[in-house]
Design a protein around this ligand. Structure first.
Ligand SMILES: C[S@@+](CC[C@H](N)C(=O)[O-])C[C@H]1O[C@@H](n2cnc3c(N)ncnc32)[C@H](O)[C@@H]1O
Length: 207
């Protein structure tokens, strides 16, 4: 028997309304409850850099840049394999073109952030397990201690939605957490009951 939360999650996800969600007029493929959690994290953390893998229309990058504007600091580096016309221009957004796991792209990210911190990372590109695990291995080294490495869409492949997706972000997170003690899944960040990122708010521990 599915819980009421799971049933609502399924109804919400299957309606596709997350494709009909906008920040300042730009399509933003997110659940607003997760965007509110981003706001809480960013307020606490005050990241100097936010790296986003997977830009799409640029709505989430614009949302993050807007938060940085409100806080008076921070820059967004967003990466996508596809170039798209009409993405928002914003002085705090830097668009990179290429795969998030391509060495040249990773080197460019490292060159941009140098040793500045805090650095927060959001993985929202190719949602297949191998790709996400690859991103986790690369970006876990870039995210700074006490910051977040957020894995989007861990809800697919039956967690609890899109049963037929195949192994995806959740399976990558589970494998990654078996391999490392440096990160924990911060389940407090799931406090609004509905999140597209169950077990996906990974906090890097201070060592
Ligand atoms: C789910 S969408 C991103 C949604 C966006 N972050 C938002 O919230 O509006 C996924 C994006 O990842 C991009 N993508 C797919 N494979 C990628 C890769 N290997 N590296 C970087 N981006 C990739 C796709 O082109 C697509 O635009």
């Amino acid at each position: 028997m599915r819980s009421i939360t799971e049933q609502f999650h399924e109804q919400y996800y299957d309606s596709g309304v997350w494709r009909n969600t906008f920040w300042l007029g730009v399509e933003t493929l997110k659940c607003p409850l997760d965007l509110w959690i981003y706001q809480e994290i960013i307020f606490d953390l005050r990241p100097r850099y936010i790296i986003e893998c997977g830009t799409a229309a640029g709505g989430s990058a614009l949302y993050l840049a807007s938060l940085c504007d409100l806080l008076g600091d921070g820059e967004v580096i967003t990466i996508d394999v596809e170039e798209r016309a009409g993405r928002p221009s914003h002085r705090r957004i830097k668009y990179l073109h290429g795969s998030s796991v391509d060495q040249e792209v990773v080197d460019e990210v490292k060159a941009l952030i140098k040793d500045a911190g805090p650095v927060m990372v959001i993985l929202d590109s190719d949602h297949r397990r191998e790709h996400v695990l690859n991103e986790l291995h690369i970006y876990s080294e870039i995210v700074t201690a006490e910051s977040y490495l957020i894995v989007e869409d861990t809800n697919v492949n039956g967690h609890p939605v899109f049963q037929l997706h195949g192994a995806g972000p959740m399976e990558a997170v589970e494998q990654f957490l078996r391999e490392t003690d440096d990160f924990v899944a911060d389940r407090e960040r799931e406090k609004f009951f509905l999140t597209f990122n169950p077990k996906g708010y990974l906090r890097k521990l201070k060592r």
